[in-house]
Design a protein around this ligand. Structure first.
Ligand code: NDP
Length: 295
């Protein structure tokens, strides 16, 4: 079975991005800038934001983190976003979710200028993705990372049946719509399953490419997978494990041990889809910089 190594691909990609940033710096004296806003002190969000900032600096981009207290008003957050929308040195704006309950997440998504929405969450970007205008939008980072993996591993997709389990706005829906597009890495017949799908195994067993974005540890078992299928595991779930120092470990939505005996190719967790997400965020930020500067 082929292990689709997201850790390696993300490192290659980061090296490529760094080379582009270095070359643009030499050419124009400017570099891309990403600003991340974090509201409150959610520990998982703090780790994500720290990692994004670190990776951003590693490849030579300007990284700014704006930390706001948990009682920040929606009005104040929106005002800050508006200022960043007008700041020519900022090419990407990201507001880390989840947000405290007094702030409407959708209002925040709408406030970000679509041309700086490097998360690809704004309806204008999602709409352009659905309509196939991929060169004029930002694709949500996790589905975009999966596209990159399928492309770099030359996974045959044209005319294949892709089953996506999960329909969230940030993973399942953009993923399924991407797989439907007429691209080299996609061009599939697509089925989307969710929590109201009865007999889900009947659908997953038909998948040539199975993408699991559910949020339930080891949900997809070997008996749900067609022999030879390509399996992409988006899930990141903590399960208790007394043998580790932390007392837990991370597993995907797919039962790796069982499914790896059936699948032809598969992403591991950790080290599969996860590392690609940050890399694609930086790729989107670079794209924003290129568009702004006509490069
Ligand atoms: P959401 O909770 O927003 O969506 C989960 C989806 O799975 C929903 O559409 C839900 O259906 C569906 N679902 C839940 N239970 C079942 C079930 N029993 N049978 C079938 N479908 C079910 O999660 P996200 O999309 O944000 O994330 C999914 C997973 O991916 C999580 O583990 C998350 O941590 C991980 N993730 C990983 C990233 C990475 O970089 N690797 C990035 C983002 C997420 P319904 O709509 O009916 O409720």
């Amino acid at each position: 079975m082929l292990i689709i190594d997201g850790k390696k691909v993300s490192l290659d990609l980061k090296n490529e991005l760094k080379a582009s940033v270095d070359s643009y710096r030499a050419q124009t004296g400017k570099v891309p800038g990403l600003t991340v806003i974090i509201v409150g002190e959610d520990p998982a969000s703090q780790v994500y934001v720290r990692n994004k900032a670190k990776t951003c600096k590693e490849i030579g981009m300007i990284s700014t983190v704006i930390e706001m207290p948990a009682d920040t008003t929606e009005e104040h957050l929106l005002k800050t976003i508006h200022e960043l929308n007008n700041d020519l040195t900022v090419h990407g704006i990201l507001v880390q979710q989840p947000l405290p309950k007094q702030i409407d997440e959708f209002a925040v998504t709408l406030a970000i200028d679509p041309s700086k929405d490097v998360d690809g969450f704004h309806p204008e970007n999602l709409g352009r993705l659905v309509m196939g205008h991929l060169d004029k939008c930002f694709v949500s980072c996790t589905p975009y990372g999966i596209l990159e993996l399928l492309g770099r591993y030359n996974i045959a997709t044209k005319g294949k049946h892709c089953v996506v389990v999960g329909r969230s706005n940030i993973v399942g829906k953009p993923m399924a719509n991407l797989m439907l597009q007429k691209l080299k890495e996609t061009n599939c017949t697509v089925t989307i399953c969710h929590s109201a799908t009865p007999n889900i195994a009947e659908f997953t067993k038909q998948a040539d490419i199975l993408i699991a974005a559910i949020g339930k540890a080891k949900f997809i078992t070997a008996d749900m997978v067609k022999p030879g299928a390509v399996v992409i595991d988006v899930g990141i779930n903590r399960i208790e494990d007394s043998s580790t120092k932390s007392g837990y470990r991370l597993v995907g939505d797919v039962d790796y041990e069982g499914v790896s005996a059936v699948a032809s190719a598969m992403t591991p967790v950790p080290g599969g889809v996860g590392p690609m997400t940050i890399a694609m965020l930086l790729k989107n930020t670079l794209q924003s910089f290129q568009r702004t500067n006509g490069l």
